[in-house]
Design a protein around this ligand. Structure first.
Ligand code: URA
Length: 218
């Protein structure tokens, strides 16, 4: 798929491809899927965090004083996994961004309508200084885009700029990408793969099946 929107990043390298190959394969067991997903998380998160504001600090190494860059500490970083499959990103994400707050978003997909149904929302209200919030919404599968759009809507409704919201997905569909950017042109979307289409049950083809089932062995 053409990278039509500058805010869409399709990350491809041999480690990403190998991880996807393992995750997609129906012969891979839960342990294998989790390990591959964790590797992917790291790579995708490195890309997604490129817009975090930095500041210069002076520190002292064992050898000398030096000026160095670090992430600004006057910002609020939120990692927002869409339950349940989005949880797979969390352990790696908090290792990489220990200062982050985790805000779970509980939604499941109604199998008939494919529309998201809320069951848990732990996002605080109100948000002070929304410009200083940086949100990373995680969901391994971007299929119809309905759940992701609902999650983005929640943060945008609190005044957080779209450009500060990054959505991290492993496997996506063209229709899901289009749906997200149609409503939110300025959000960032980081994916490892764009697949062909959705089947009649709303699954990504070829995809990896039900990501939650594959990750949680259900
Ligand atoms: N959710 C999944 O887990 N898999 C898909 O293919 C689509 C949505």
């Amino acid at each position: 798929m053409e990278n039509e929107n500058n805010n869409l990043k399709i990350i491809s390298n041999p480690i990403v491809n190998q991880s996807l190959c393992v995750m997609r394969n129906k012969e891979t067991d839960t342990q294998g899927v989790r390990l591959a997903a964790r590797k992917l998380t790291r790579i995708l998160l490195y890309e997604a965090t490129k817009n975090l504001p930095q500041k210069e600090v002076e520190i002292e190494t064992p050898v000398a004083k030096c000026l160095t860059q670090t992430i600004n500490d006057d910002i609020t970083i939120i990692i927002s996994p869409i339950l349940r499959a989005g949880l797979i990103f969390t352990d790696e994400a908090v290792d990489i961004l220990p200062q982050a707050t985790i805000r779970h978003i509980g939604m499941y997909r109604d199998e008939k309508t494919l529309k998201p149904v809320w069951y848990y929302n732990k996002v605080p209200m109100p948000v002070h200084n929304p410009d200083k919030y940086y949100v990373f919404i995680t969901d391994p599968m971007l299929a119809t885009g309905n759940s992701l759009k609902e999650a983005i809507r929640l943060y945008v409704s609190k005044g957080i700029p779209e450009k500060n919201i990054s959505c991290i997905c492993m496997i996506s569909s063209p229709i899901g990408i289009k749906a997200v950017f149609e409503e939110f042109n300025d959000v960032n979307l980081i994916v490892a793969a764009v697949d062909s289409h959705l089947n009649e049950r709303g699954y990504i083809v070829p995809g990896m099946g039900d990501a939650g089932d594959r990750i949680f062995n259900t």
